[in-house]
Design a protein around this ligand. Structure first.
Ligand code: AMP
Length: 249
């Protein structure tokens, strides 16, 4: 597996590929990320993954500081999964403009997570645009776990006539239903035990205020529980750890 740190290195490596799948991540990898890698490997001759904790998508500096990082373990997992190359850029190289230029969307990015994390999706869309321009993959694999993000990236790619196909991938869950997430490793043992209630809440047919109240009783601080486009979406905090999930209704 090739380790690529500079934009110029990715561009040079990329020239050799006629069929390239791309899996962008923020690291602290789990089986959900690896399912994206697997799908990419089944549909492309080469797969490149990136690990970049994108500072511009964090509206809370403490959240950025506490975000789990484990580059060595991540590279070992990607290598074992058969990834051809991994891109590990520094923030200074990605943001040479100091974030003077950015992509923003004015409707769908303002609801759900966008309403609670000002500027979050500007950061997401900007970094994905930059990464897609650097890597120029044929296909880019993204999880339905972050459904709003997936739809916004799909819409951005269509809006700007980009040639990468954005491929949605189903949410991988722990045996108790909790959606796999890098943030799960920040949960205490007690919080981890309560966390699957979030997924259970998405599947209950009781009125939404009742479900919210029950979650609050179990110590969740609910940001939203809403239905849009035939899906139910939830975001809630357990202590300082913010968890999101969604299901088709
Ligand atoms: P992240 O490292 O959290 O930015 O996630 C990188 C990619 O992995 C995104 O496209 C996520 O939607 C996807 N992903 C994260 N968790 C899961 C999961 N449990 N199942 C499937 N995909 C996931």
């Amino acid at each position: 597996m090739k380790l690529l740190k500079r934009v110029s290195e990715v561009k040079a490596w990329r020239q050799l590929s006629n069929s390239l799948g791309f899996v962008p991540t923020m690291g602290a990898l789990h089986d959900g990320h690896l399912s994206l890698v697997e799908k990419s490997k089944s549909q492309n001759e080469q797969t490149l993954a990136s690990i970049f904790v994108n500072p511009t998508q964090f509206n809370d500096p403490k959240d950025l500081q506490n975000y789990p990082r484990d580059i060595e373990a991540d590279c070992a997992l990607l290598n074992k999964a058969g990834v051809d190359a991994v891109f590990l850029p520094e923030a200074d190289e990605i943001y040479q403009d100091k974030y003077r230029y950015r992509i923003s969307e004015s409707e769908f990015s303002k609801i759900l997570c966008g309403a609670f994390r000002p500027g979050h999706f500007d950061g997401v869309l900007t970094v994905v645009m930059k990464l897609l321009n650097i890597v120029q993959p044929h296909r880019c694999y993204m999880g339905e776990k972050d459904y709003q993000q997936l739809q916004l990236v799909k819409d951005m790619a269509a809006t700007f006539f980009m040639s990468t196909d954005i491929v949605p991938c189903p949410t991988l869950r722990e045996p108790d239903g909790l959606a796999m997430s890098s943030r799960n490793r920040l949960l205490s043992a007690d919080q981890r035990e309560r966390a699957p209630r979030l997924y259970q809440a998405l599947r209950r047919s009781d009125p939404i205020p009742t479900v919210v109240q029950d979650l609050e009783t179990f110590g969740f601080k609910v940001e939203y529980l809403e239905e849009h486009f035939g899906r139910r979406f939830v975001a809630a905090k357990l202590g300082h750890v913010r968890l999101i999930d969604n299901v088709e209704i």
